[in-house]
Design a protein around this ligand. Structure first.
Ligand code: SF4
Ligand code: SF4
Length: 281
């Protein structure tokens, strides 16, 4: 009995010594600034900063690999705390908002076939490059809406994704999952966008979408500095976005939208207010 107790005690002692040694030998040094930064972050782990979560971003900031102004959901308050801990000035990044470059919902754009598979845009895209005739139009199965941590995306009754300018924090999660690259980041203070993503010639676009860009150049002729046409698709030149409004009414297919006038057809989002630079509206 005494022998058994002694041998068990010996094993326990040896294990304790080994564990103590291992803890010292393999201890990971954590920068105390990294822990302090993590404390001031919102803990949403939304990915807005471009890192998988707050811990990854805290580590990157502490090691000087990331800018202190990438936590958009944290706003001014978090930026000031991070800048204070890092001993730098709190300079905000220009705020961005995600925009779906499409208005071709099921009523306005033609379907190639009836899709009855899994309710997921990536799954649908794998079958003959998606059920829509337009190669770049929104498929409307809501994969983006399901990944948005801020409930900022709705799918209209006619199957079009629409993003709220008020709720979007610019985290880009929707951009990463969309198989059609129809969601892009745009400066928050720009309210006029060409909502089309088709690079087909105008004649082809006319056949499958009532609201697609036909590259007729009218926008460019109306506001030469504010538009470029590339690959048969008009785009706003955001350095001159203030001049883009003049072409909204002139566009024959109405694919240019000024979001201060409201969201695309079928959206339930309240009319967006004109954003104040640096502050989500
Ligand atoms: S924007 Fe992209 S992910 Fe969202 S519903 Fe449209 S195709 Fe699907
Ligand atoms: S006016 Fe409209 S359809 Fe024509 S090129 Fe400009 S955006 Fe496209």
């Amino acid at each position: 009995m005494v022998e058994a107790v002694l041998s068990l005690g010996g094993i326990g002692f040896a294990a304790a010594v080994a564990l103590g040694f291992a803890a010292k030998k393999f201890a990971v040094e954590v920068d105390p600034r990294e822990l302090a930064l993590l404390e001031v972050m919102p803990g949403a782990n939304c990915g807005a900063c471009g890192y998988p979560g707050c811990a990854g971003y805290a580590k990157a900031v502490a090691s000087g690999q990331a800018s202190p102004n990438l936590c958009t959901p944290g706003g001014k308050d978090v930026l000031e705390k991070i800048a204070h801990l890092m001993g730098v000035a709190a300079v905000s990044a220009d705020p961005q908002v995600a925009v779906v470059l499409c208005q071709g919902d099921n009523a306005l754009a033609k379907a190639k076939y009836r899709y009855l598979g899994v309710h997921d845009c990536n799954a649908a895209q794998k079958i003959a490059d998606g059920p829509k005739e337009c190669p770049g139009g929104c498929l409307g199965l809501g994969t983006c809406a399901r990944v948005c941590p801020f409930d900022a995306i709705e799918i209209t009754g006619e199957g079009l994704a629409v993003i709220s300018r008020q709720k979007c924090t610019g985290c880009r999660k929707c951009v990463a999952v969309c198989p059609r690259q129809v969601i892009v980041m745009r400066p928050l203070d720009a309210t006029v966008h060409v909502l089309c993503n088709s690079r087909d010639k105008g004649a082809a676009v006319r056949k499958y979408c009532q609201v697609g860009c036909i590259a007729c150049q009218i926008c460019k002729k109306t506001s030469p500095e504010a538009y470029v046409i590339e690959d048969f698709l008009a785009r706003v030149v955001y350095e001159h976005h203030e001049q883009a409004t003049a072409a909204v009414e002139k566009c024959p297919t109405k694919c240019i939208r000024d979001f201060t006038d409201g969201y695309p057809q079928g959206s339930t989002f309240a009319p967006p207010t004109v954003p104040v630079k640096g502050v989500a509206a």
